[in-house]
Ligand binder design. Structure first.
Ligand SMILES: NC(=O)c1ccc[n+]([C@@H]2O[C@H](COP(=O)([O-])OP(=O)(O)OC[C@H]3O[C@@H](n4cnc5c(N)ncnc54)[C@H](O)[C@@H]3O)[C@@H](O)[C@H]2O)c1
Ligand SMILES: CC(C)[C@H](C(=O)O)[C@@H](O)C(=O)O
Ligand SMILES: [Mg+2]
Length: 357
């Protein structure tokens, strides 16, 4: 039976990188007889321009019916000053929440060919393979109350609420431990339990759930130390398990270890492994329209989709191997370019991956 993917190209470089991901999807669909169908819908700034809201009902309904969703990126300066509740980013948060995509997997893997593109010394990052498991539908991103209010003094005050219930922590903790069981059996739970009660509870539940996985070595670290350790000795980590805000920040930091944020894919999964797949980066307004964005994070997100939602390991692996091959050929977009390699644009990179599958 055919499976359906809803494609949300989004804004900025979104349509450019998505065009390459779709080329790759077309190729594996044919080569591995996957019987995948796809349709395009609007999310983010492009949806605001067309309908007035960042997540139109039509998009949400299509996403709810789909087997998986592939997203480019949303947002940009054009929509940064409109009413907050209808900004592009709110559309993204709303679709994550509406589809219950609480488990965000962000693997930071250094392709050996890119060791010299990392901002760290090659010996610090060579062989790096860590997985950030970020809670995606709770925490300070969604806590109420939130807003900007005017105090009696006339001064304005911004406020947000960081909140996690035990059940929210527990279900994402199980995801982290289960994934660790398939990897090097180490989980690092990241908190700020020395200051924030919400993360004190996080640590407590992580410890409790950890007892159900005696083979997994659990350790804890404060987020400030973790940020520092990530650039000092990142290979000490296997699975990094953390909340929504810390996970957002640490995953961008981890991205740079792999050479560029243009290399980092992600999966956002619900309880049944239905998922939305997207690069970790944003719409990169500074390079949009120039044909120079790196499409590999989106292409690697397609591989994650085939692995996690469609159980098509061979097709997923074929894409990842093809990315390795184009890097072996010395092809580099500007963000990962180093002396001696061949600089290519977005579509040349996509074509090369397709040819290598
Ligand atoms: N998931 C998403 O849709 C998502 C994620 C992050 C940011 N955003 C939005 O994107 C907009 C820009 O945010 P930002 O500038 O903070 O982050 P960004 O990730 O868009 O860009 C940060 C830097 O990385 C570079 N970069 C990002 N992706 C790249 C790629 N594929 N190839 C080469 N270089 C790349 C950009 O050129 C820029 O210099 C904002 O509106 C933000 O809200 C969206
Ligand atoms: C655009 C924004 C809402 C989003 C987030 O903070 O989750 C982005 O930074 C990401 O990492 O996917
Ligand atoms: Mg982010």
């Amino acid at each position: 039976m055919s499976k359906h993917i809803v494609i949300l190209a989004g804004d900025g470089i979104g349509p450019e990188i998505m065009a390459e991901a779709v080329k790759v999807l077309d190729k594996v669909n044919q080569q591995f007889n996957l019987d995948l169908t796809y349709s395009h819908e609007l999310l983010g700034g492009c949806a605001i321009d067309a309908t007035g809201v960042p997540l139109p009902d039509q998009t949400l309904e299509a996403a709810q019916k789909a087997d998986a969703i592939l997203l480019g990126a949303v947002g940009g300066p054009k929509w940064d000053t409109i009413e907050r509740s209808i900004r592009p980013e709110r559309g993204l948060l709303k679709i994550r929440s509406a589809l219950n995509l609480f488990a965000n997997l962000r693997p930071a893997i250094l392709y050996p060919q890119l060791a010299s593109a990392s901002s760290l010394k090659p010996e610090i990052v060579a062989g790096l393979d860590i997985l950030i498991v970020r809670e995606l539908t709770g925490g300070i991103y969604f806590g109420q109350p939130r807003g900007i209010r005017t105090l009696e003094s006339g001064e304005r005050q911004g406020y947000n609420t960081d909140v996690y219930s035990e059940s929210e922590i527990r279900r994402i903790a199980h995801v982290a431990f289960q994934l660790a069981m398939q990897r090097n059996k180490k989980v690092l739970s990241v908190d700020k339990a020395n200051v924030l009660e919400v993360t004190e509870l996080w640590k407590e539940i992580a410890t409790e759930v950890g007892k159900e996985y005696p083979e997994v070595q659990l350790s804890h670290m404060y987020v400030d130390n973790c940020a520092m350790q990530l650039v000092r000795a990142p290979k000490q980590f296997d699975v990094i398990f953390t909340g929504n805000l810390f996970g957002d920040i640490l995953s961008d930091e981890a991205a740079m270890l792999t050479g560029s944020i243009g290399m980092l894919p992600s999966a956002s999964l619900d309880e049944n492994k239905k998922g939305m797949y997207e690069p970790c980066h944003g719409s990169a307004p500074d390079i949009a329209g120039k044909g120079i964005a790196n499409p590999l994070a989106t292409i690697l997100s397609v591989a994650m989709m085939l692995r996690y939602t469609f159980n098509q390991e061979a097709a997923a692996k074929a894409i990842e191997d093809a990315v390795g091959k184009v890097l072996d050929q010395g092809l580099r977009t500007a963000d990962i370019w180093t002396e001696g390699s061949q600089k290519v644009g977005t579509s040349q990179m996509g074509d090369a991956v397709v040819a290598a599958i």
